[in-house]
Design a protein around this ligand. Sequence first.
Ligand code: BTN
Length: 247
Amino acid sequence: MTSLAPELVEPHLTGGFGRPYLYRETCESTQALLDASQPEGAVAVCEEQTGGRGRLGRRWDAPSGSAILSSTLLRPPDGRRIAELALVGGVAAANAVEAALALTAQIKWPNDVLVNRRKVAGVLAEARDGVVVLGIGINVNQTRDELPADAHPSAASLRTTDGVVRERAPVLARLLAELERAYAKWIEGGIDALYVDIGPRDFLRQRRVTLNGLSGIGVGIDRAGRFEVDVAGERHVVESGEVTYER
Ligand code: BTN
């Protein structure tokens, strides 16, 4: 398959995100290629990461040339809650995945994008030196054998979902356009302004969940991007955490 080299991606770009476009065949992590010296909307992409990272210190692995491994530099206004950007990235990834697959994508708070209950994309928001590096990984062309076998939720790629091996460049360009749109809405009106993209996709709503030592029924993502749980009739609002759930 073709690469995500600049000459193949730039013709698909429709907005400001992706300019400049930093591209490497191999890197430790695209998260490490961006810093505060770059402008908002700068994007780093590589074909293979030797130290790709997920949330909570986990690894994020994909065979060379199979996935979208991207990081985008953001400069959110002072005082905004950085954790909300994981949902902003989730909305962008869900929209890009839906456009590629023509299937509904769901968002598992705070940062997973699922199709048919399987995770196809993940988001990692890291703040440093007054900027945020927003990493988004989308599993595109991995075969079943190339996906982690022991992940929760279990992993899928666009290919294992619909059998299609696809060009990654248009999917990446769509992701960046969706991210620019979602981020602009968030700047204007916070998660509330994106709620139309989040509420109907909320995977954990009405599921039996456990997070931060609380077990109950997921009420859902609220209009501030936090997660509400009903524990024996009492509502708890959680700002961050890792959710486990029952089917
Ligand atoms: C998660 O679901 O735990 C977050 C996964 C984030 C993966 C992406 S791939 C591009 C960027 N570089 C990294 O090292 N991680 C993010």
